[in-house]
Design a protein around this ligand. Structure first.
Ligand code: ZN
Length: 346
């Protein structure tokens, strides 16, 4: 149990989210409405039934459901709606900046125009920023199971739309059997295009996948990376190179990447001097919110208030924003923390 002051601190503290999939934020209500409008049949007819679809037994089943539900999202307008609703939800949690991923191959494979998808999403972000002030940027998370060759066409579209607010390039999807190394040329090109680089690694596969992401792809951030805990030399390398782990605690426990809450290595990675951030990943699938992830880090993962502040500052400094904006974000977060803690006396 947290004291009322700590509950209020968690609720009102300024937050930065760096690891979030747009498709994983869809609410059952919106999913149902989009499916109806787009003539997509869901195996459920009401909100409660749709909510129950977000259940799965393992990581493979999670990916299957994720992709099946994404079929209900069809037009640029749908993406705009999702992106806008997400912006309002995050702003209500005191999130001041978020980087949000979309998985392009799911849409390309269904014949959608990726440019329309990106432009719709960015229009939703812009509307949320106008109305509630939250800043949202987009990253493309390319499914590694599709292989490196098809990524070039995706990167081309990103180059054309980058000025509207695309800041990052990532690989995700099924880590098993799809090591990072073959993606090195596409990551070099993404870097040359001015994109920040990250990769899902060390979630399902162990340290080898993380070594590949940092050595061959040159990423500055890792999605999850929690399996680094199995390799002391890797932990040292992450610390020395300042590579940030975007950790998603509930996701890790629910997909089985980490067996139990007590076994979660967040605190040990943090104590080893590795920069870590706290994120919600796919909040609808994991029945969580960013605020809830901070609460669980405090209650179940041994983090203290100072530690939570430190992770938010790490996230602000690791954002794929121009250096001056990153610094301004970190200064704003630090100042808001000081004011809030003084007010609440914690
Ligand atoms: Zn992810």
């Amino acid at each position: 149990m947290l004291t009322p002051q700590l509950e209020e601190l968690i609720r009102r503290m300024p937050k930065v989210e760096l690891h979030l999939h747009l498709e994983g934020t869809i609410t059952p209500r919106t999913l149902l409405e989009l499916a109806r409008r787009n003539g997509v049949t869901l195996p459920a007819a009401d909100e409660a039934g749709v909510a129950a679809l977000f259940r799965y037994r393992d990581f493979g089943e999670f990916l299957d459901i994720f992709m099946a539900l994404a079929r209900a999202i069809v037009s640029g307008e749908d993406f705009e709606r999702l992106a806008y609703e997400l912006g309002l939800d995050l702003a209500a949690q005191a999130v001041c900046y978020a980087e949000v991923m979309i998985s392009p191959m799911q849409y390309i494979n269904r014949g959608l125009d990726l440019r329309e998808v990106i432009e719709g999403t960015l229009a939703g972000f812009a509307r949320a920023e106008r109305e509630v002030g939250i800043v949202l940027r987009l990253a493309l998370d390319y499914g590694r199971q599709y292989g490196p060759d098809r990524a070039w066409a995706v990167l081309d579209v990103v180059r054309q739309t980058k000025a509207l607010g695309v800041v990052g390039w990532s690989i995700g999807g099924n880590e098993i059997g799809h090591p990072p190394e073959p993606f090195a040329p596409i990551f070099a090109a993404a870097r040359a295009a001015g994109l920040g680089l990250m990769a899902h690694a060390g979630e399902v596969v162990g340290p080898a996948s993380i070594w590949g992401a940092i050595d061959a792809l040159g990423v500055s951030r890792l999605g999850h990376g929690v399996r680094a805990i199995d390799d002391p030399a890797l932990m040292l390398a992450l610390r020395e190179r300042g590579i940030v782990l975007d950790v998603c605690p509930s996701s890790n426990v629910l997909t089985g990447a980490v067996e139990t809450w007590p076994a979660h290595p967040l605190r040990r990675l943090y104590d080893a001097g590795i920069p870590v951030t706290i994120n919600s990943d796919d909040p609808t699938f994991f029945a969580t919110t960013l605020s809830e992830e901070y609460r669980r880090a405090l209650l179940r993962l041994g983090m203290g208030i100072d530690d939570l502040c430190a992770t938010v500052l790490t996230a602000a400094r690791a954002a794929f924003l121009p250096p001056a904006q990153r610094t301004a974000l970190a200064e704003r977060v630090a100042a808001e923390f000081r004011t809030l803690r003084a007010e609440l006396g914690v």
